[in-house]
Write a new protein. Structure first.
Lengths: 87, 397
């Protein structure tokens, strides 16, 4: 049986390859459009941690929530106070 | 966004809560498998979200897999609403009957708007339409409308074109009158004409544009006498026939007698009246007041109240008939009042008949008298006016 190759977020996208598979569009401190997610590690009102494969991106703040999401991307909204890269 | 909300409501959705040590695991599993979630709110060891009703079983399966508990908080949408009213059969029957009734009633005409040109009368047109079977509350089909249009054109010679446009249950009738073309006014380049006198008088002014004047200033003329000839003679002996044009002014005299009877009857309305009301619903009328038509001297005033919704007339109306009582009294007109009345009539006469036709009053002599219970006002005018009238000559080539 042919084993199905696992799809990665950067597959077929040169830009995503160059930026290590993660692309973030930060709109002030209220909204972040995040691409290259491999899963959510932590999700509550004060902290959202997203696994990207190579590192974890942690968003801290107040009233944080995921507005919408799919397999590889999501939109985080709320009052963001810090963005942290956890290696 | 509104359409998305509407679709979600139609297909149904539910709010749920995921309780467990790692609700994030449920979230990851859900999105990886294409489960559409929205309104996600994360708390400590808790996750609130909303999903489609179709994904309910999948969500429960994922909750089981991630060792968390799925608690349904609230259910929304049409499928849940239907389930709530499943046992109430009457509602479904009412809904079906309502839709069926609405479909059936939309095949009727509930409002007729008639756009008539000033040459035609709306009341007459409405009566004609009623006689042909086109009235408020009638069921229509396209064949009958074509028939009505054809019959209206045939019955009324004044109508040249009729159009009946149906907008839902409203009908708009558009009419166009016939334009009569007078044969005399047709342009005829080869016309030959003379100018003749319309009254007896003495010529004061002659102004000829085309033709030969056969009268002179100061000459007396009689009615029908030739004033300007259409045949022009040249010095070399040749004749040319032309369409005469010009003005010939003459001093003429005319007498007008206006009269008014000494005794006359006048209708005086009293405070007594009878009010009849009728309620019309989908073309069927019901009397609201319990009284018949009064007997005696009454005149009727009718008014119709038709409510509208969003500029569309509703098939409901209230017709009010007000029967006002009046008494006929015989009155005698005094001499002064009669003079005043006749003077006013004379002013109107002068305004419409003397001044409107390019006439100038040179002198006026009036005489007021009473004879056989009738007041007379006789006025003799000396007027300067254009007495020309075109008279065509038939020429055979």
């Amino acid at each position: 049986m042919k084993r199905q190759k696992k799809r990665t977020p950067s597959q077929g996208n040169i830009l995503m390859d160059k930026i290590n598979g993660v692309y973030m569009n930060v709109c002030g401190n209220r909204e972040v459009i995040f691409e290259g997610s491999r899963g959510i590690v932590e999700y509550n009102e004060n902290s959202i941690k997203i696994n990207t494969g190579k590192y974890i991106v942690a968003f801290s703040g107040r009233g944080l929530h995921i507005r919408c999401m799919n397999e590889f991307s999501l939109v985080i909204a709320g009052f963001i106070t810090s963005i942290e890269y956890i290696m | 966004m509104l359409i998305v909300k509407l679709l979600r409501w139609i297909f149904g959705y539910f709010d749920f809560e995921i309780k467990g040590r790692f609700p994030e695991r449920f979230l990851n599993l859900a999105v990886r498998n294409g489960l559409n979630l929205w309104n996600m709110k994360g708390e400590k060891e808790e996750l609130h979200a909303t999903a489609k009703i179709a994904d309910k079983n999948t969500a429960e399966l994922f909750a089981q897999k991630t060792e968390s508990e799925l608690i349904i908080e609230k259910e929304h949408g049409l499928p849940y609403l239907c389930r709530t009213y499943k046992s109430r059969l009457g509602l479904l029957v009412g809904l079906i009957m309502g839709v069926a009734l609405s479909c059936w009633l939309s095949g009727f005409i509930w409002n007729i708007e008639v756009n008539v040109p000033p040459e035609l009368n709306e009341y007459e047109i409405r009566n004609q339409l009623r006689e042909l079977g086109f009235y408020e509350g009638v069921r229509y089909n396209s064949d009958s409308i074509d028939n009505i249009k054809r019959k209206m054109k045939l019955n009324d010679e004044r109508i040249s074109w009729v159009s009946i446009n149906i907008f839902g249950t409203n009908a708009v009738v558009e009419l166009s009158p016939k334009i009569s073309v007078e044969k005399d006014k047709e342009i005829n380049k080869k016309a030959v004409s003379n100018l003749k006198s319309t009254a007896d008088g003495t010529i004061t002014k002659i102004n000829v544009h085309n033709g030969t004047a056969v009268v002179e200033i100061g000459e007396g003329v009689r009615k029908g006498q030739l004033l300007v000839s259409g045949i022009m003679e040249y010095n070399n002996g040749t004749n040319v026939m032309a369409d005469s044009e010009g003005t010939v002014y003459a001093k003429t005299s005319r007498t007008v007698t206006l009269s008014v009877p000494k005794e006359y009857s006048k209708a005086i309305t009293s405070d007594e009246y009878v009010c009849k009301r009728e309620f019309s619903f989908f073309g069927i009328s019901f009397p609201i007041t319990l009284c018949g038509n009064p007997v005696g001297e009454y005149y009727k005033k009718e008014s119709k109240l038709k409510p509208t919704l969003f500029d569309n007339a509703l098939p409901i109306s209230i017709t009010e008939e007000k029967w006002q009582r009046y008494e006929t009294k015989k009155l005698t007109l005094g001499s002064d009042d009669a003079k005043k009345l006749l003077d006013n009539r004379l002013k109107l006469y002068e305004m419409f008949l003397i001044y409107s036709d390019d006439r100038t009053i040179i002198s006026k002599n009036s005489k007021f008298q009473e004879k056989n219970s009738i007041y007379y006002l006789t006025v003799s005018y000396e007027v300067e006016e254009n007495i020309c009238e075109k008279s065509y000559i038939q020429v055979k080539e």
